[in-house]
Write a protein that binds this ligand. Structure first.
Ligand code: RIB
Length: 306
């Protein structure tokens, strides 16, 4: 039977967002202009991005036994996401992200992981039968690294494609790379993983080659205003960035990875999936908030004129 479901394993945060005219100095108090609460967390954002493309989505992770956790679960369920594998952690509070956004739209994010930090390798073992039914398993680095590695090993062993968004970046053991189907770093993450400063297409190509040589099947580097660069054993491609008015870049990378996973999960080619995800991420930066900014499939297709 063809597998079409996508399992997203990762973090869920309540994003507490303050808009400020400028970032305060040490010891200084300034007045913010707006405060908002959005559902966020890289894992949950990516799950929402998959689901809004109309693909059957499951999310695994942990929230605390508190109001933020209950609200997160209810919100994911309202998106049609299966939450049976989200655990309620009695010992830790739900994850929270404090986000400061200035008038230029630049953001600074501080995350207190809480229950996300308790997602364990044993939780991943319990997911093996679910992984065996999924076409793709999507993972980021906002849960403990040992859990991420266990998830990648298990998903690969169960025959699912593994999509790793290496954010926030940290070094990975070399033996994990051959189990990754697609890796989606941004410029700074690609630099941390490879030691190559990524600033243009030529340096993106060099960094991607390093990751490919380590055994990843496909490398897709998001380059902000320079678009997206992809490299596989069969060749390279580049899609320029869409010209849009940037309002808030929070969750743009999550939208990209989630939309990419949705199309790969459906069996579309990597190049088609990257072109689509590039448009989805462009729409996300024109809107405020993490999950509120993620577009639906209809919106992406309209944007692409299809
Ligand atoms: O990638 C954006 C996300 O990073 C935010 O939603 C915040 O929760 C942090 O995890």
């Amino acid at each position: 039977m063809q597998r079409t479901k996508v399992l997203v394993i990762g973090s869920l945060n309540m994003d507490l967002v303050v808009h400020v005219p400028r970032v305060p100095n040490d010891g200084e108090t300034i007045l913010g202009t707006e405060f908002h609460r959005y559902f966020g967390g890289k894992g949950a954002n990516q799950a929402v991005a998959v689901a809004r493309q109309g693909v059957s989505t499951l999310m695994a992770g942990r929230v605390g036994a508190d109001a933020f956790g209950r609200d997160q679960i209810a919100s994911l369920q309202a998106e049609g996401i299966v939450t049976d594998h989200l655990l309620i952690d009695e010992e830790h509070a739900s994850g929270v992200a404090f986000i400061v956004i200035d008038v230029q739209g630049n953001n600074r994010i501080m995350v207190v992981p809480g229950a996300n930090g308790a997602v364990s390798p044993r939780d991943m073992q319990a997911l093996e039968p679910v992984m065996a039914e999924c076409s793709c398993v999507v993972i980021q680095l906002e849960i403990p690294l040992e859990t991420v590695l266990a998830a990648i090993r298990a998903a690969h062993a169960q025959g699912a494609k593994v999509i790793l968004n290496p954010a926030p970046a940290q070094p990975l053991p070399v033996d994990i790379y051959p189990r990754i189907t697609v890796i989606t770093p941004n410029e700074s993450e690609a630099q941390l993983l490879t030691g190559i400063e990524v600033s243009d297409l030529a340096s993106a190509r060099q960094a991607a080659q390093v990751l490919l040589d380590r055994g990843v099947l496909a490398v897709v580097i998001t380059l902000g205003s320079k678009g997206v660069y992809g490299l596989t054993l069969s060749g390279e491609f580049h899609f320029p960035a869409h010209q849009v008015k940037v309002v808030d870049t929070v969750a743009a990378g999550d939208t990209f990875t989630g939309a990419l996973a949705a199309l790969i999960g459906e069996g579309r080619s990597l190049k088609d999936a990257v072109e689509y995800a590039n448009a989805a991420a462009a729409l996300a930066v024109t809107r405020r908030g993490a999950q509120p900014s993620v577009p639906t499939r209809a919106e992406v297709l309209r944007f692409l004129g299809r």
